[in-house]
Design a protein around this ligand. Structure first.
Ligand SMILES: [Zn+2]
Length: 74
């Protein structure tokens, strides 16, 4: 399964089209944040999970297309 599938099952996220530029919110096991970026008009996956690093209480974890499509262990 892909990371997008995992989030869709666990928190009901979905694919969105970016309206503003945004950096991918995924943080790897090594603690480093993904360097992927979403430009306006690009597809990204919104996990629908609250991002505790976000300054906004409504901020959710957003994944770049590469992270969302990455195969993970289920
Ligand atoms: Zn990413």
């Amino acid at each position: 399964m892909t990371r997008a599938d995992w989030y869709a099952q666990h928190s009901g996220g979905g694919w969105r089209t970016a309206r503003t530029a945004h950096r991918c919110d995924r943080v790897g096991r090594d603690g480093l944040r993904c360097m992927g970026r979403m430009a306006p008009g690009q597809k990204y996956f919104d996990s629908n999970q609250h991002n505790q690093r976000s300054s906004s209480q409504w901020g959710t974890i957003k994944l770049c297309e590469a992270c969302a499509n990455q195969e993970i262990q289920s």
